[in-house]
Structures are given as structure tokens and as C-alpha cells.
Ligand binder design. Structure first.
Ligand SMILES: *Cc1c(COP(=O)(O)O)cnc(C)c1O
Length: 358
């Protein structure tokens, strides 16, 4: 039986999508083979791939001067691909440090270019995010990199800054959760396994002019323009993940698009935060203006009860609520595919647990 899965990633997928994929699993579209057993250059697969890209462009309303790439290597690979492509001229870039993932991005970029950490909330254990109004870009920096939703801490920057520098966003855990003005960014990347599909796929949305400015003397596999010129088929792409992402895009469209999910996601998160705030047993320590809509972290009043909480939750059909080991406590990841009902069940369980142990 399927249970409520609050995993941070690979995360819950829409049940309708899983069912449809199951029904097509052995044979896709009268082809005589599974979609996984097919050449990525075949006519059938190519049309699946193109349609997925078209749907993503439609959902996010991506302007024509952007390309969308379907790559591998996860968001982590982007940590080095970005500086390899764009650090070649000035050899420096600005980074904002607002949680564990931006810290990793900085650490990787530092091996390739000079990183200016222009704002940081590390001193307060990433319990807030530096205010974009206070970010001062450096003169020589090639771009500004930030992470709008820090998956591990549950800390978000809800408004991108208005800044005269190419803006690069690691949107892995927030993409497709709400409408996004793509034109504000030069590059947006996201690992698929949070809000898009299965792992193995990374989406990159990139301004074509910015892309052409990139270093041409790096290996092809690292070069955005090379991937773009070959329609993300420079080498064999993750065909199954791409196909499934296409199914998720259709599901998003059929559900009412990003406006619908924005309302749903805000409703889910505010219900959960409200419950936590009103309780004296549970607490969230993130500044209210930086609270994540996708990853809700919380602590029990007594962490000796953490293990009991997790095992009781599991017995009640609520899975993967353990917080990241670097933060402790609990984390409920409530991406698009988590229905409101799942959050209600979580709150019900938290109430029961508090009444028994609180
Ligand atoms: C999950 C995550 C990553 C790492 O993704 P991989 O695909 O495992 O490389 C990076 N950044 C953010 C914000 C994430 O949520």
C-alpha cells in the first residue's frame, strides 16, 4: 500500500503518473518495446522528448530567447559546470551562502574561480536568508549565484533580487511549485528528483545570449552551448527520466498549471506552519519571511522523543520525516505531488503524538 511520503528527494511522484507509466511499461505506443529499450534518436522517442520540452516551456512560460536542456549529473554537476562555462573571463563570481546547498556550490566553484561570498547567514546556522536588498555585487564578478530554496534547512528567498549581473539560481527544490519570471535569470538549474520526476535528470533553463558568452574551450560534456546545439542529445540522455518528467509536466498542465500549485502549496505549508506555531510542543526556527513552502523543518520540545516520533509516524503511514543529519529534528517535504490530505494526516498524527507524549 502506498503511504504518505515526505522524503526530500527522490520524492513522491503523482500517483496518476505512476499508474500511467505502469500501463505503458512493457510496451510503449505499439512500438513493440518499452520506452527504456528504444534509441534516443528514434522517431518515437524524439517526439516524446520534444513534447516534454514544449510542455515545460508552456508551464513556465519560458521566453523564446531561452533554451531548455535535459542533462545528467544532478544539481551537483551544475556546481562545477556553471563556473567552468562562465568564469573564464573575469575568473570571479559572487555567491550567496544561505544553507547547505549553496555552501556546496561555493566549495565546488572555489576550485575553479575566485568566489566572493557576498552575503551569508551561516553565523546564525542558516535560520534565515540574507536579504537580497543587502547583496552588494562585486565589480568583476561574472555572475551571481544563489539558492532560492535550501532543501536541508527549509529556508527560502521568496523574491529574486533585482541586480545588474547575470543571475543564476539553483532551483532544485522549488521549481514548478509556483509561477516564475524566467526573464529575471540568466540560468536556472534543478535536479529533477524533487518536483519534476525521477532522479538522473537535471533541467537547465538558460538565456541563449549568456550561453554563447560561455567558454568554448572546455570539454563538450561541460559546455552548455554544445548540449544546446545537439538538443540535449550530445550523448545518450536519461531517456526514462526524461519521459517521466514529460508525464509530470502533462499532469501539472491538466491540474491547472503553476497558479493552481502555488495556491495548493501555500495552503499546505501555511496549514502546517500554523499548527506548529500554535503548539508548544513543536517549533520551527526559521525567520517567518524565509520559511520554505516546500520543506518544512520542525523540532520536538524534547529530542529524546525523536526516535519514537519517527517510528510512530511510520506505523501511521507517514514516511521519511527525519530531518537532515546536519540539522536534526524533523522535515516534511511537501512538493507538488503531496496532496493536501497528506498534510492533514501529518497534522492529525502530530496532534495525537503531542497529546500522548507532550
Ligand atoms: C537536492 C539538491 C541538490 C543536489 O542535487 P543532486 O541532484 O543530488 O546533485 C542541490 N541543490 C538543491 C537546492 C537541492 O535540493
Amino acid at each position: 500500500m502506498r503511504k504518505w511520503n515526505f522524503c526530500a528527494g527522490p520524492a513522491v511522484l503523482p500517483e496518476d503518473v505512476l499508474k500511467e507509466v505502469k500501463s505503458e511499461f512493457l510496451e510503449f505506443n505499439n512500438s513493440g518495446t518499452s520506452i527504456m529499450e528504444m534509441s534516443h534518436r528514434s522517431e518515437i522517442y524524439t517526439s516524446v522528448a520534444i513534447e516534454a520540452k514544449k510542455d515545460l516551456i508552456e508551464i513556465l512560460n519560458i521566453p523564446k530567447n531561452y533554451d531548455v536542456l535535459f542533462l545528467q549529473g544532478g544539481a551537483t554537476h551544475q556546481f562545477s559546470m556553471v563556473p567552468y562555462n562562465f568564469g573564464h573571463n573575469t575568473k570571479e563570481a559572487d555567491y550567496v551562502l544561505s544553507g547547505s546547498w549553496s555552501k556546496k556550490a561555493i566549495s565546488e566553484a572555489s576550485k575553479i574561480i575566485k568566489v566572493n561570498t557576498i552575503a551569508s547567514s551561516e553565523g546564525k546556522n542558516f535560520t534565515y536568508a540574507p536579504d537580497p536588498n543587502d547583496w552588494k555585487v562585486s565589480e568583476k564578478s561574472a555572475y551571481l549565484h544563489f539558492c532560492p530554496n535550501e532543501t536541508i534547512q527549509g529556508v527560502a528567498i521568496h523574491e529574486p533580487p533585482i541586480i545588474d549581473k547575470p543571475l543564476i539560481s539553483d532551483a532544485s527544490s522549488v521549481i514548478l511549485s509556483e509561477p516564475l519570471d524566467v526573464s529575471k535569470f540568466s540560468l536556472i538549474y534543478a535536479g529533477a528528483q524533487k518536483n519534476i520526476g525521477p532522479s538522473g535528470l537535471t533541467i537547465v533553463i538558460i538565456d541563449r545570449e549568456f550561453m554563447e558568452y560561455g567558454d568554448q574551450n572546455i570539454p563538450n560534456i561541460l559546455k552548455y552551448s554544445e548540449h544546446s546545439n545537439s538538443d540535449s542529445m550530445l550523448n545518450t540522455p536519461p531517456t526514462f527520466a526524461w519521459y517521466m518528467a514529460g508525464k509530470v509536466f502533462k499532469w501539472i498542465k491538466d491540474s491547472g498549471g503553476l497558479d493552481y500549485f502555488s495556491i495548493q502549496n501555500n495552503k499546505k505549508a501555511s496549514e502546517l506552519y500554523k499548527f506548529i506555531d500554535e503548539s508548544s510542543f513543536y517549533s520551527n526556527n526559521i525567520d517567518i519571511k524565509n520559511r520554505s513552502i516546500m520543506n518544512v523543518t520542525f523540532f520536538l520540545a524534547n529530542d529524546d522523543l525523536d526516535k519514537t516520533f519517527l517510528s510512530n509516524a511510520e506505523e501511521n503511514g507517514l514516511l521519511n520525516l527525519k530531518g537532515h543529519r546536519s540539522v536534526g529534528g524533523m522535515r516534511a517535504s511537501i512538493y507538488n505531488a503531496m496532496p493536501f490530505e497528506g498534510v492533514e494526516e501529518l497534522i492529525k498524527f502530530m496532534e495525537y503524538f503531542e497529546s500522548k507524549y507532550g
